[in-house]
Design a protein around this ligand. Structure first.
Ligand code: SAH
Length: 346
């Protein structure tokens, strides 16, 4: 038996050619494309404006690999964590984060992660594979549905801060964003999408060259090489100077301010010296800082810094006119917060 192809791996042009090659009109490809993306059909039989013969022909040649929300957990604060089952039974997680004014989807880009940041739960899972564009797209669709159902408004923002490193799945992540933002997909504004990366200079420059319109966040956590390398092995390959150079290039090309994500840990990066290094770093590229609360993942090797240390960060950054936000963590009670995604369900 021939293995059926995933129909959503085809471009619109390829779909149009498929119909022409099979003696039908190219326009049929547009109809199917619309069913697959903006109407999110689960089966060929859902495509009610196609003849039965066409639907059968599609079914003989292709599959629609939809994700499945395998398990859903709701936190006291309204956060929802989904365990998403992929067509090959692998699991990733995605999270809905509600606030008064918006709903944000936090989506995964890979199954597991290869980066070994030692404070992150996902790092403990081996990287199994990249997600396809449709698997990322479907996470957004699923969360949009939940947002409408439980919070009575549509999804407003997307962050690529779930499992995996989006810049190590560059092509598929960009293809998913293309679909999410296109009128033939979900028609969302790229201004409401943020890609978060550990900071891979070569790929950041590529993003800039590709003139992407979404926002960039970088998980910095320290502006001192020795300290950062201990937590994030990637820093040994490309240090802070190299990262900075790529971010300056990004700003030059896109004119978009960079967000630095930063966790302050007790005894690791909670001194005035650490803050000063961050201030110096921020001054070299238009940027702002999001201080995120540490979500404990294990035996206490890492601990959230004292409130005084956070205050010191906020005060020093602000007195240097650097915008800083302190983000409270959401969904902790269901292990849905940053860095806690590890396919743990209970
Ligand atoms: N690989 C990407 C996206 C996934 S991590 C990246 O590194 O940016 C999303 C964010 O959560 C990153 O800023 C990451 O540093 C942070 N994070 C990871 N583990 C965490 C934890 N235990 N507590 C708080 N934030 C964490």
């Amino acid at each position: 038996m021939i293995k059926k192809q995933d129909i959503r791996a085809l471009t619109k042009e390829e779909l149009r050619s498929f119909f022409v090659e099979n003696g039908d009109k190219a326009f049929r490809g547009n109809q199917v494309y619309e069913w697959l993306w903006s109407k999110v059909a689960y089966t060929f039989d859902d495509m009610t404006n196609l003849s039965k013969t066409t639907r059968t022909m599609l079914d003989e040649n292709f599959v629609i690999n939809h994700i499945e929300v395998d398990q859903m957990q709701r936190s006291n604060d309204g956060t929802i964590k989904n365990a998403i089952k992929l067509h090959d039974s692998l699991i990733v997680e995605s999270v809905l984060i509600p606030t008064e004014t918006r709903t944000t989807a936090c989506v995964s880009s890979q199954v597991g992660c290869s980066l070994d940041c030692n404070f992150c739960a996902t790092a403990r899972l081996k990287r199994m594979r990249n997600l396809n564009p449709d698997e990322i797209y479907d996470q957004v669709v699923a969360i949009d549905k939940q947002s409408r159902l439980y919070h009575h408004h549509k999804l407003s923002n997307i962050v690529f801060m779930g499992m995996g490193e989006p810049l190590l799945n560059y092509k598929n992540v960009l293809a998913s964003i293309e679909k999410i933002t296109s009128d033939e997909g979900l028609g969302m504004s790229p201004k409401r999408i943020t890609l978060s990366t550990v900071g891979i200079p070569k790929m950041i420059k590529k993003l800039a060259d590709d003139e992407v319109k979404f926002n960039l966040a970088v998980s910095l956590h320290s502006a001192i090489d020795d300290v950062r390398s201990k937590m994030m092995p990637i820093n040994e390959k490309s240090n802070l100077a190299e990262l900075l150079e790529s971010l300056q290039y990004w700003y030059l090309k896109t004119k978009k301010i960079i967000t630095f994500e930063y966790v302050v840990w007790k005894g690791i990066n909670d001194t005035q010296k650490d803050v000063n290094a961050l201030v110096d770093y921020c001054k070299q590229v238009p940027s702002k800082v999001n201080i995120i609360e540490y979500n404990a993942i294990d035996d206490g090797e890492f601990q959230q810094a004292a409130p005084e240390a956070i205050d010191m960060y906020v005060h020093t950054l602000e007195s240097n006119r650097i915008v800083v936000n302190v983000r409270r963590s959401r969904g902790k009670d269901i292990d849905a917060a940053c860095g806690q995604l590890a396919n743990k369900t209970s």
